[in-house]
Write a protein that binds this ligand. Structure first.
Ligand code: ADP
Ligand code: MG
Length: 557
């Protein structure tokens, strides 16, 4: 056994699990893993508090795999996750760690996929069930005994589950599980609602809290740049010239901005794509796969669309638009520096946003250094370095393959080799500016014009609708259709119940759903026009608060 795996060896995990962990290339357990694994292995209930990217999945998956009995073909562990994406991620992780445990199977249970095969996989004896709460409740309604053998329960991202309105579903699930089970709860934050759940449903839980904010952030070099709102695109283009990145994610606030910035980048020859809530799920997965394997280098995303995104190649995060709060800043920059790798995060700050920068610095306990735009000299140096790097490997044998041709061409044209080489360079660089004067002329931004005084900003683009804004009166969004259900406040319905049900069953991203209005005897929901009929069919059997949703297109006259 090598020395690096020592940390995992000490847990005394089942050797097949340890072998699979070593095969993944993990060297040391992360802090949350170090503390949680022994507690969960010993069968205790636990509350774990840690930020995104700290390795929570393995923190519960490894000890749970250790505790199940592979010979028993029945559900033994249930993991609840807030969204379909996260459920799939957790299920995949379990499969990886269980690779060398013959007979162990994992099933993912989520809305938007047919129920039959999911139920069949559970009944066929999958020991690990990873589910979103809404869909699991539907299974329970068909077969209330389906979870009767589960003796380990994990609530992953518990705070997110409550935000999505899954409280009632969780209560239904708790009731369907044996009271003697082990319960483990992970959450980034512990608001009162989570503490209340823990009090009612956990037995004498041990607490593990990882102060990751500083830890997550220290692996990431942070900087900010002051810029006017209407100069952001040119600022981004200048920064890209000098940043040495592998893959990069840029965050903006609006769907339109993802499209605009991605096409500006593409126009400059970068392999870039937009990622937003209007983009269909399978297309989004393709974008992420392309970023993983290098067909794309830059993804321009909204917060919601990038949730859960885990691509180790990401070396840089550009916060082109300011996040709404410091938590989401920490969350965003956590997309880089994954699992101890180094990363770099840049934040563009407009004059009015300087206060938010201070809040971020206070919350993360770190100063976010100011950088300036690269000057013409820095851009020139970077361009020449790139050119040098691309040409130097060719020099070794080009003379043997193309030397004779060079002689012939110089003779035919009647020029010196230097003149010909210069002509070839001009062609190879697409006449890119490669002198100081030329670069100065092409650059729309002077590096030292960073805004100091406040001035009005353009407010052309409207932020992508957040929960808060969803309640504000607003005309029907472009590309959306209004749908109606006969369920309303008098049926005990709140907007979050509708949102939760539609998200979970429809497999939609949160921001794909527009405004939700709950009236006394009916409710209206804005849904994407594109694919609406299919979505409504998918939601045909959905129930909310025990009643059929029966969502229909609503025509106003
Ligand atoms: P969280 O759920 O806390 O956000 P994840 O469990 O998704 O974090 O883990 C984040 C990333 O870190 C994943 O890519 C995972 O494979 C990797 N990872 C987890 N534990 C380790 C470890 N001990 N060493 C190296 N990488 C790890
Ligand atoms: Mg996680």
């Amino acid at each position: 056994m090598t020395q690096e795996t020592g940390g995992f060896v000490a847990f005394n995990l089942n050797p097949n699990i340890l072998a699979a962990v070593i095969a993944t290339g993990y060297e040391e357990p992360s802090a949350i893993q170090q503390q949680s694994i022994p507690i969960i292995m010993a069968g205790h209930d636990m509350i774990g508090q840690a930020q995104t990217g700290t390795g929570k999945t393995a923190a519960f998956a490894l000890p749970i795999l250790h505790r199940i009995d592979p010979a028993k073909r029945e559900p033994q562990a249930l993991i609840l996750a807030p969204t379909r994406e996260l459920a799939l991620q957790v299920a995949t992780a379990f499969e990886t760690y269980a690779k060398q445990m013959p007979g162990v199977t994992v099933v993912a249970v989520y809305g938007g996929a047919p129920m039959g095969p999911q139920l069949k996989a559970i009944r066929n004896g999958a020991q690990i069930v990873v589910a979103t709460p809404g869909r699991l409740c539907d299974h329970l309604r068909r077969d209330e005994k389906v979870l009767a053998t589960v003796n380990h329960l994990v609530l992953d991202e518990a705070d997110e589950m409550l935000k999505l309105g899954f409280m009632d579903d969780l209560e239904v699930i708790f009731k369907a599980l044996p009271a003697t089970r082990q319960t483990v709860l992970f959450s980034a934050t512990l608001p009162q609602s989570i503490r209340a759940i823990a009090e009612r449903h956990l037995r004498d839980p041990q607490h593990v809290k990882i102060q990751t904010k500083t830890q997550t952030v220290t692996a990431i070099e942070q900087a900010h740049l002051l810029v006017h709102a209407d100069q952001k695109t040119s600022a981004v283009l200048s920064l890209l010239e000098v940043e040495d990145f592998d893959a990069l994610i840029m965050f903006v606030r609006t769907k339109q901005a993802t499209l605009d910035l991605a096409s500006a980048l593409e126009a400059k020859g970068y392999k870039a794509a937009a990622l937003n809530g209007d983009i269909a799920q399978n297309q989004r997965e393709r974008v992420i796969d392309s970023l993983k394997d290098g067909r794309l280098d830059i993804v321009v995303a909204t917060d919601v669309a990038a949730r859960g995104l885990d691509v180790p190649r990401i070396t840089h995060v550009f916060n082109v638009d300011m996040p709404y709060d410091p938590e989401s800043y920490v969350h965003r920059i956590g997309r880089t520096g994954r699992a101890g790798r180094e990363g770099r995060a840049l934040l563009l700050v407009t004059p009015r946003e300087r206060r938010m920068l201070q809040v971020i610095e206070r919350v993360t306990g770190q100063k976010v250094a100011e950088v300036r735009l690269p000057d013409a000299q820095a851009v020139l140096d970077a361009r020449i370095k790139k050119l040098t790097n691309s040409l130097s490997p060719l020099v070794a044998d080009a003379e043997s393959t193309h030397g004779d041709l060079l002689d012939r061409l110089t003779a035919d044209i009647g020029c010196t080799p230097r003149a010909l080489a210069a002509a070839l360079l001009r062609k190879a660089t697409n006449a890119q500016a490669l002198t100081l004067a030329a670069i100065e002329k092409e650059r729309p931004l002077v590096p030292n014009n960073a805004p100091r005084g406040d001035r009005p900003e353009r407010s052309g683009d409207r932020p992508e609708r957040s929960d808060r804004e969803r309640r504000a009166p607003m005309p029907l969004g472009e590309g959306r259709a209004r749908c109606r259900t006969a369920l309303g406040a008098r049926d005990g319905i709140a907007a979050k119940n509708l949102l939760g049900a539609i998200l979970n069953e429809g497999g939609l991203a949160r921001e794909a759903i527009g405004r939700i209005q709950v009236r006394d005897s009916f409710s209206l929901v804005e849904l994407p026009e594109d694919g609406l009929e299919k979505l409504l069919t998918k939601l045909k059997d959905t129930r909310v608060a025990g009643k059929q949703l029966k969502l229909r297109r609503y025509r106003e006259d």
